[in-house]
Design a protein. Sequence first.
Length: 123
Amino acid sequence: MSVGRMSRITFSSQLKKWEIKWDAFLKERTINDENGKWQYTHKSLRSAHFSFRQYLPTLFTYEEYSDIQIPKTNNAIEGLFTALKSRLRAHNGMSQDHKKRFVDGFFRHRDIAQFTSKKEEGQ
């Protein structure tokens, strides 16, 4: 099930089917050997499921505002932050103030580069 390729309605329907199929599995509990208390056996899966449930109202925001073309995924911003972190690691001896100026320059350069390339395309 790939969220990026589904609509809110399709995803909600598929999630409901998944919940019905795996309900008993998600409720499985075992006794913790260390403290003798019951705990859910599949804590990570329950946590992921809860996240989908909790964030479902905002997960498909891009569908509600199609006129402003919100991307379906955050891949572009993740790539940007990865590039920034990589550059910061290459200069790990910088002071906090210098890092702030570096980040500011990184984003200013990005904005100027985008504006310049769009302007050149339009000419």
